[in-house]
Design a protein around this ligand. Sequence first.
Ligand SMILES: *Cc1c(COP(=O)(O)O)cnc(C)c1O
Length: 220
Amino acid sequence: MSTATERLAEVRANIARAARDSGRDPAAITLVCVSKTFPAEVIAPVLDAGERVFGENRVQEAQGKWPRLRERTPGTVLHLIGPLQSNKAGDAVALFDVIETVDREKIARALADAVQKAGRSPSFLVQVNTGAELQKAGVLPDEADAFIAGCRGTYGLAVAGLMCIPPIDDQASPHFALLRQIAERNGLAELSMGMSANYPLGIQLGATHVRVGSAIFGTR
Ligand SMILES: *Cc1c(COP(=O)(O)O)cnc(C)c1O
């Protein structure tokens, strides 16, 4: 059985290869280590191996683990990658550096209020439901431009880019290509796309962030 740090080395090598194969600088791609469900003692060796960017999908779970991990290892950057409830917006703004899951008016408003109260702002990604799946979070592709404009204009949110989770049974590439198109026409630089199953493909299609969990930490 391999350890998280051994698997991490493989993921790093795969990222570097995918970047080189696409003529991209590997340094332009940020690995977001998705540590959801894993306890601090499993995360610590990955911090010790030099990783500084982590993703969690629940505010409460992250509140339980990360204050101490951050004390232990300063300089960590925390991404919220799971759906956010508006009553948790204040907690999310206090804890996270990047919130990847802005996907509806109510959340945009709650985040804007929280930012004002906190006097600090994470950066934000808008989640796009590229497969228009009923059960999935994210703004519909047709509504993305207007929603992004509202987040920036009406709510003054620092929108840096887009995120998507392709339908599990689809080829990911059309979804990644669509996300990139929406980002380009809205002048957004960051693209969070690609998970354990398809992060090299995400990189090939322009991802600036890949969110990799099980390929590093093992099955959940
Ligand atoms: C869990 C999760 C990931 C990581 O998934 P793996 O398949 O374990 O790499 C990435 N993005 C989101 C939004 C997730 O919830």
